[in-house]
Design a protein around this ligand. Structure first.
Ligand code: ZN
Length: 278
């Protein structure tokens, strides 16, 4: 098999802290540096959350997203994927705040649909959110990365596709093993994959110790993969990863050994149907 594989690196997320792994990036500078280092190791896409630079608490200030975007764009042509999960936001205008990153016109924004229990809280994605967000991304020529944490989310995505709110080809991220989404087993992975529309492109991630197994299956099944500190902090049991780039390097090596060629950022754009940056 020589189909190109797109490696996404999710460098920080919302949950990991420097206490858990000192290499977790907080400031826009650290986040951008982790992205660029991962790009050099073979990642074509970076998935970005932002943190308060001092405390490391999850943040959603638009100027932090903008700084990360600028720093990465100044350094390389990496495909940039900004989160719209807004998982920690409170207050009355959450939906508008969550759409903020879309207006910065990155290549991709994550699109969450379907509410669920997620660790110790509710991940709130009412039907009107996913429809509004899909429409907003379409209007701003931002490719949605449809994050699905259980099979019902795929049904909701298909509904949006049928309504013409998501342009072809739809791009899914199969999120395996988040607490309390679908468990990361090979059977569940194959089932999730079987539920995708025929024309769908897909990537897979696994949480914690399931990262390497899910990603390996993803490589073998001809899909794309995601690694990074958002999903896992360890290289192996009890051994912390030194950097996001180290995880990218390992998965790139594994993919090549298993006969897959690593997609460059521009190849990833072509595969996903994303316009080239101006
Ligand atoms: Zn994320």
């Amino acid at each position: 098999m020589n189909k190109k594989i797109i490696i996404t690196v999710a460098v920080t997320g919302s949950f990991p802290t420097k206490e858990m792994n000192p290499a977790v990036p907080y400031s826009p500078k650290e986040i951008a540096e982790a992205a660029v280092e991962s790009y050099k190791a073979g990642a074509a896409i970076v998935h970005v959350h932002v943190r308060d630079p001092k405390t490391g608490k999850p943040d959603f200030r638009i100027e932090l997203f903008q700084e990360v975007l600028n720093r990465i764009r100044d350094a390389c042509d990496m495909v940039i994927n900004l989160t719209t999960s807004g998982f920690w936001l409170t207050g009355p205008d959450i939906m508008q705040k969550r759409l903020g990153p879309v207006y910065l016109k990155p290549d991709i924004c994550s699109l969450d649909l379907g509410s669920m229990n997620f660790k110790d809280r509710v991940f709130n994605n009412p039907p009107q959110w996913s429809e509004t967000a899909a429409k907003c991304m379409q209007e701003n020529s931002v490719k949605p990365e449809i994050e699905v944490f259980e099979p019902g989310h795929i049904r909701q995505a298909v509904n949006l596709i049928n309504k013409g709110l998501i342009d072809a080809p739809p791009y899914f991220q199969l999120c395996m093993g988040v607490q309390w989404g679908i468990e990361a087993t090979a059977e569940n992975f194959l089932f999730m994959k079987s539920q995708l529309p025929d024309e769908a492109l897909w990537s897979v991630l696994g949480i914690g110790k399931d990262q390497l197994t899910m990603v390996t299956l993803g490589i073998l099944l001809g899909g794309h993969v995601r690694v990074g500190f958002e999903d896992n902090l360890y290289l192996s049991k009890g051994v912390l990863a030194k950097s996001n780039a180290q995880m990218v390097e390992r998965v790139a090596d594994l993919a090549e050994r298993l006969g897959r060629n690593i997609a460059t950022a521009n190849e990833a754009r072509r595969i996903l149907g994303i316009r080239n940056p101006e």
